[in-house]
Design a binder for this molecule. Structure first.
Ligand code: GDP
Length: 423
């Protein structure tokens, strides 16, 4: 059984919590794309954790946690998160694909320098080196984990790439050049740190599947950050879609269940069009009350932009994810509202549409809003879906109709236990 957990929106939908919940009944959890440029917040018996590089199954003894070939592997970040867990007595089973590629310190540096160069026109990168990393991967100038163990190969590869890197470093960014010695030293450090975790993930997952194990693919960011189907260029640099998941994991097989996660309202970190966005005191209140401790980025601490539930974006997000199920999170957050607004359409040049169009159209679109009655009671202790207030269930029914995908799970708090089966 292969399941994927992915975001229907701009990221931060609560995928980490759902992965942690599903991990209970899974054997393998695999990260298949992205790097340490986003964070999953997980609250469990050990405390509160913001995971950036490690799969969200690391808190269970019975799961194997895998960094797949599609991931941008930041080795210092991997090791420091692992040490933090070990200090708390958690000893996860972790493996890293020999085909994953490595984020180099110069990728991070180039990311910072480019954002600084762009100034006001910057994309709001988390400056984790992800765009320079994926550029190198596809330009065939990146380093694969398997290459770390071949010194002669590394030597000649550095010779091949260093002039090109330094042309940018020196002439575009006015910085000191990279040296071969420093790059080699960094690669050797990474080799020694990562060696105990490196395996042939392709064969491992093939075996696991033959044995009938449940494999969970854990997505990072969301559908609308996908480079093809998202709000390019305000997108990330790796595919955030479930159907890439099996490739990026190292398990090219059909996925049995695709779970798209979406919040009961919208949030978005970074630049780009966000039609459902709200501002001022209305936004501040939602931002303060959202998530487990307000809507602030798990990686950057940046205040997230917030807005009404966006049915146009979410329906599109579920479709491009090929979602079979939806998990709706953060429903408890809306309990303070008398009236709850939902974006049901976009208006562009006087025409109302249900389509999530190109960025140039989105930037000039305004939301069409429908209001629903609120419920005004704390629902965070409810464990049985039927016991939710009628208005809350009516709100969820309406969202389901609008997004055209079944909402199967509803999360009413950040803890593992705060989740309800809807059907
Ligand atoms: P991810 O990257 O998709 O895993 O999302 P994040 O972890 O960045 O953001 C989701 C936020 O919502 C985190 O602060 C979670 O602890 C929190 N969270 C998840 N589900 C719920 C929920 O149902 N209710 C509340 N109040 N917070 C939730």
């Amino acid at each position: 059984m292969i399941k994927a957990i992915v975001g229907a929106n701009w990221g931060d939908e609560g995928k980490g919590k759902l992965t942690d919940v599903f991990a209970h009944e899974s054997d393998v959890i695999v990260r298949f794309q992205g790097g340490n440029n986003a964070g999953h917040t997980i609250i469990n018996d050990y405390g509160k954790f913001a995971l950036h590089m490690l799969p969200s199954g690391v808190f269970y003894d019975h799961t194997v946690n895998v960094i797949g070939n599609g991931v941008a592997l930041n080795i210092p970040s991997f090791i420091s998160e692992l040490r933090e867990l070990e200090e708390k007595g958690i000893k996860p089973k972790l493996v890293v694909s020999d085909r994953a590629q490595i984020v180099m310190s110069y990728h991070v540096r180039f990311d910072e320098l480019e954002e600084a160069r762009l100034g006001k026109a910057q994309f709001g990168s988390t400056k984790s080196g992800i765009a320079p990393f994926y550029s190198d991967k596809y330009a065939k100038t990146g380093f694969q984990v398997s290459e770390l163990f071949n010194d002669a190969w590394l030597d000649s590869k550095i010779d091949r790439i260093i002039d090109q890197k330094n042309a940018l470093m020196v002439h575009l960014y006015n910085q000191a050049p990279l040296t071969k010695e420093a790059i080699l030293r960094e690669l050797h450090e990474y080799r020694d740190l990562i060696k105990p975790y490196v395996v042939d993930v392709f064969n491992l997952l093939d075996d696991m599947q033959k044995q009938g194990k449940t494999i969970l693919l854990e997505g990072q960011l969301g559908a609308l950050r996908d480079p093809d189907f998202g709000i390019y260029p305000y997108s990330t640099s790796s595919t955030t879609l479930a159907y890439y998941g099996s490739i990026g994991a190292g398990l090219p097989k059909a996925i049995d269940e695709v779970w798209a996660v979406t919040k009961a309202y919208s949030s978005c970190v970074g630049s780009g069009p966000f039609v459902a966005e709200i501002f001022g005191e209305e936004a501040d209140q939602l931002r303060r009350l959202g998530g487990d401790a307000g809507e602030f980025g798990a990686t950057t601490g940046r205040p997230r932009r917030v807005g009404y539930f966006d049915a146009v974006a979410t329906r599109y997000g579920c479709k491009v994810q090929g979602a079979t199920h939806v998990a709706l999170t953060n429903i408890d957050v809306l309990s303070y509202l008398d009236e709850i607004n939902v974006v049901t359409g976009y208006e562009y040049e006087g025409v109302i549409t249900q389509d999530f169009g190109a960025v140039s159209v989105l930037e000039k679109s305004t939301p069409v809003i429908k209001s629903f009655a609120g419920w005004n009671v704390d629902i965070s202790d409810i464990t049985d879906y039927d016991a939710l207030p009628e208005n809350c269930k009516a709100y969820i029914d309406a969202l389901e109709q609008l997004i055209e995908t079944p909402i199967a799970l509803v999360s009413n708090g950040p803890k593992r236990s705060q989740i309800m089966n809807r059907r």
